[in-house]
Design a protein around this ligand. Structure first.
Ligand code: HEC
Length: 124
């Protein structure tokens, strides 16, 4: 009987490739995070200023001075373009501009949004 179970496990590994499972899980997890970041980006009004794809062309962008810039242009970040730095910018905002702080969001939510910004940096 035990031999049969072992055999069943072994052949399950053979057909599905046990080693690949964790990779697959990682992919799913990161796309779930992306979706959450995107959702938070839309529901917290980021897109109204920054544009749906972060090109600096949101609905009210041309009323803002300074205007939001294109997230793909890494040389224009005053506070840094990494996930951690962007999460910090989201928490504090940028004084003297219309970029508001979001201290009321959880740090996990700020990280998810920041991950979404970094995702947008790499879009065409
Ligand atoms: C009312 C308009 C407005 C909203 C809403 C807004 N931003 Fe901004 N944001 C700006 C402007 C304007 C700048 C450019 C500020 C500057 O030139 O210093 C900016 C700058 C930034 C930057 C670049 C920071 C840097 O280092 O230079 C990031 C990243 C950013 N915003 C993310 C977000 C995210 C994420 C949200 C939503 C959670 C958001 N913004 C909501 C107007 C807005």
């Amino acid at each position: 009987m035990r031999k049969l179970v072992a055999l069943a496990l072994l052949s399950a590994c053979f057909y599905t490739g046990c080693g690949d499972k964790s990779e697959e899980k990682e992919k799913t997890t990161s796309s779930v995070t992306d979706r959450r970041g995107h959702q938070l980006y839309m529901t917290n009004g980021c897109a109204v200023c920054h544009g749906d794809l972060g090109h600096g062309d949101g609905r009210i962008a041309n009323t803002l001075r300074p205007a939001p810039r294109d997230f793909r242009d890494l040389s224009h970040y005053k506070r840094g373009a990494s996930v951690e730095q962007i999460a910090e910018t989201i928490a504090r905002g940028i004084g003297g501009t219309s970029m508001p702080g979001y201290p009321h969001l959880t740090s996990q939510d700020r990280l998810s949004i920041a991950q979404h910004i970094v995702f947008l940096q790499n879009q065409p």
